[in-house]
Ligand binder design. Sequence first.
Ligand SMILES: O=P(O)(O)OC[C@H]1O[C@H](O)[C@H](O)[C@@H](O)[C@@H]1O
Length: 470
Amino acid sequence: MITFGTGGWRAVIGDEFTKANIQLLAKALSNKMKEEKIETKGIVLGYDRRFLSKEAMRWAAQVFAAEGITAYLINKSSPTPLIMFYVMKYDYPYGMMITASHNPAIYNGVKVFTAGGRDADEKQTNAIENYAKAVKQEEIKELEYEEAVRTGQIREIYPLNEYLDNIIDAVDMRAIRQRGLKIALDPMYGVSETSLKTILLTARCEVDTIHERHDTLFGGKLPSPSAATLKALRNRVVERGYDLGIATDGDADRIGIIDDKGRFLHPNEILVLLYYYLVKYKGWRGPVVRNLATTHMLDKVAQRFGEQCYEVPVGFKHISAKMNETDAIIGGESSGGLTVRGHINGKDGIYAATLLVEMIAVTNKKLSEIIEDIEEECGSIYMEERDYKFTLEKKEAIYTTLMAEQKLPELPYPIEKISYKDGSKVYFKNGGWVICRFSGTEPLLRIFCEMPTLEEAAKICEIYETFLNL
Ligand SMILES: O=P(O)(O)OC[C@H]1O[C@H](O)[C@H](O)[C@@H](O)[C@@H]1O
């Protein structure tokens, strides 16, 4: 069965991530494209460095080719944002990326992009799931790969330069060049190395890369930037006195940053820094968009500059849709993805990292100094974030309590409002908030709480732990 979650379809390799399911998905999408009468426009396919990613892309392409849909294959492992960029730039109706992003190594999956290089929304993914259900096994045909290449049904492309030039043109390369920054890079065995290194070297930065070899086990770690997974990057930055450490997740749509003091910057801080930078230093005007599990510091910064902050459910498709609607400057999520007005309609770790480097160069300040400036100008609020594993029965019990019966624990702060848009979120009158929601990408319950002090945020998480028996 093919079921899409927050960030595409993900499954354990050999369990549901199989050749049969990949080809079923390709056939389902082919049927959808034919129904929409756009099959002559072709489809763009890309892949990351995971086990079976390249093979899966080819299996899918063979089905599209058999359906008479030209498959444009990006023939080297590439960042997800590159595929989104290409779909957007050349007006393709669909794109497909073989990746399970930041999931553990035993997973793989597929992200589907629609017109404009956007993450397919629920309506689209539900439709694909339904098309898949209707496909009969014997209807799935494939063309032999070499034959399809020979006849032009499969076309291999590699548009890396176009993608890089787009970023290089959008940032102040001159400012970066003048600073001669020393940067440590950790692609986490994923796909960002070539692109980020090329951009940074073009901007005359000194670049020292770790974890660049191809390792489908990701060095035994999760290819997801966090304080725990970036210890080696942190040590490299501190020991060698670098200005910055940059990491990206497995498919390079998310970013992780280590500052000059070796401190891991939470994606929330990165978002706040960049919004503040674009408004204050670059004079951009406009709102910001965040999901409901992302810091309300963004609201404070927006308010300070007379702008608005919009809240949407978790999932970048919601962020980009709202950005479009409100012409927002920047949109992002606490899970580490962001994009900026004028760039692609999806998250891009490579672009975000380059913009951050520009910010350091232009402001001539350390990240910690800019954070201090922001807190002084806009106030502060602190987040506690916790994840919990559960059994199936436990999941049902939690769901019943929180969502069906809409119960809350005894909370020691006056409540302003409650939302059930995505999980259960309580907004306190003091500006704090807490959300409990099930992840759409991993079998986890997530609790996020932001309060005037970290102690208060931790206390609320503990109240929920007791309440839900976690
Ligand atoms: O909290 P989750 O449902 O696991 O989602 C966390 C993240 O997963 C994926 O990376 C999606 O692309 C993001 O939009 C989302 O924020």
